[in-house]
Design a protein around this ligand. Structure first.
Ligand SMILES: Cc1ncc(COP(=O)(O)O)c(C=O)c1O
Length: 460
């Protein structure tokens, strides 16, 4: 720990307690206990203000630090860039911005344009604005509706929440932006149909029903996570994505894939959608783009989408009239370039796939041991274990049980995730997304801590 920080520790905790409003946190307990302050990170590990070491199984709490902590080469790349040029508005280009866009597009065949901003919510809003502006320019404003899926999350601003399928993130923040329409989830474990055969195709066909009910001439886009993250790590079943793609084509609906969590290797491919045979029109990304070393988000489109914003240079309203002040920070693409180099040079996508197999095998081992684990699912180093009180009825366990398991792991020095304030009654999934540098020893430590915690708290 930095010496000045060490000396000042008590004051620091007091300053935090008095003045910092933590994200997604009820502060009442801090009247009697210290808030958690993370002061250092290295590799897979972080240290709190008391010097206690933790193995981080969720990459910065919210699946972000894909290449791990303490990467001096990223810090150096950012430092060098800041001295050269820290900022200029995104109406102009920058050297790292141009270089990163080129490198990124190499990983995304079929896509061609990168729009920079600074958070996943913002990147998604750009996608929505693109759909809306196309509706106004080409469809007389009619084709403006955007579909989103139950259980998905696309961000925290009011419009991003308007496209969110998690009621506990939305409650008390309405009224919402009009024109966002929900379609059903695709969680096979929670199958909505009497006959579960061909579930993926059936779940996708529900989207077609919504389009028909709304009127195909009113629906311009659909935003979907490739694998639902905070809604319970839901991997769409076979047939789902191909059917979604066909429906989008049939009704001229732009397919917007939200890769804010899945992007940059998390699921064992550069992007989650690349597990499937689909061609999105818009792809958004943020967290793993620079692994949290700088704030950067990207809205990536095909050339066909881009072209619609330059087809009439005489019309003063025809181009994309959007701006993001901090989308012009050069630290973002500078960090992202080095982050991508690390993923490539250290073969982290291969490691992600190898460690995924190991982690899934270990989680299935735990499932054999504990009846409370109803379902284990995931792709890459992005896994979930859904806890149920009864395997037959699939009744979710009380949320407090999941919280106790996570708290026990924390006590043992392992930070695990869980669905948190997402869906009433369904905040029952343990979530794991360790950095792509994970080793078998790290995974053993993570699974052992869950095993210990479950032996005490998962009693049903
Ligand atoms: C799938 C998904 N999309 C978008 C967001 C919003 O990103 P941000 O918090 O950077 O605005 C999140 C955040 O967790 C997310 O999980």
């Amino acid at each position: 720990m930095n010496k000045a920080v060490e000396a000042d520790l008590a004051q620091l905790v007091e300053a935090d307690r008095k003045h910092v409003w933590h994200h997604l946190t009820q502060h009442k307990p801090y009247e009697n206990k210290d808030p958690l302050i993370i002061v250092k990170g290295d590799g897979m590990r972080v240290w709190n203000q008391a010097g206690k070491e933790h193995l981080d199984a969720v990459s910065g709490g919210v699946w972000t630090v894909n290449v791990g902590y303490g990467r001096e080469s990223i810090a150096n790349a950012v430092r060098d860039q800041l001295i050269e040029l820290n900022y200029f508005a995104g109406s102009a280009g920058s050297i790292p911005g141009a270089r990163f866009a080129e490198r990124l597009i190499e990983k995304m065949p079929g896509m061609s344009r990168v729009y920079y901003s600074n958070s996943g919510s913002e990147a998604n809003e750009k996608g929505y604005k693109i759909v809306r502006q196309i509706a106004h320019r080409h469809y007389g404003g009619k084709k403006h509706k955007i579909l989103f899926r139950d259980r998905d999350y696309h961000g925290t601003t009011i419009t991003a929440l308007s496209s969110g399928g998690q009621n506990e993130r939305k409650d008390q923040y309405g009224p919402f932006t009009p024109g966002f329409i929900e379609v059903p989830h695709c969680c096979e474990y929670r199958c909505q149909f009497d006959d579960a055969s061909d579930y993926g195709v059936k779940a996708a066909q529900e989207i077609e029903k919504v389009i028909l009910a709304e009127g195909p001439d009113t629906v311009g886009g659909i935003v979907l996570e490739p694998i639902t993250a905070g809604g319970g790590v839901i991997v769409p079943p076979e047939g789902y994505w191909e059917t979604v793609q066909a429906i989008c084509k049939k009704y001229d609906v732009l397919l917007h894939i939200d890769e804010v969590v899945c992007g940059l290797g998390r699921t064992g491919t550069w992007f989650g959608y690349q597990h499937y045979d689909i061609k999105p029109d818009i792809v958004t990304m943020a967290k793993g783009v620079a692994s949290g070393y700088a704030a950067i988000a990207c809205t990536v489109t095909t050339e066909a989408v881009f072209d619609m914003f330059k087809d009439d240079a005489d019309d003063p309203m025809s181009y994309f009239r959007d701006i993001s002040t901090f989308g012009g920070c050069t630290s973002g693409p500078a960090a992202a370039l080095e982050n991508m180099r690390i993923i490539e040079d250290e073969n982290l996508i291969d490691n992600c796939n190898d460690m995924s197999d190991y982690l899934m095998e270990k989680l299935r081992g735990l499932q054999n041991k504990y009846k409370v684990i109803g379902d284990v699912r995931g792709k890459g180093l992005f896994c979930g274990a859904e806890l149920v009180a009864d395997r037959q009825t699939k009744e979710p366990v009380p949320e407090a049980m999941v919280a106790n398991i996570a708290a026990d792991c924390m006590e043992q020095g392992v930070i695990i995730g869980r669905t948190n304030r997402s869906l009433t009654g369904f905040n029952n999934t343990i979530c794991l997304s360790p950095a792509l540098i994970s080793t078998k020893d790290d995974i053993d430590e993570i699974v052992t801590s869950i095993d210990n915690a479950m032996s005490k708290h998962a009693v049903i």
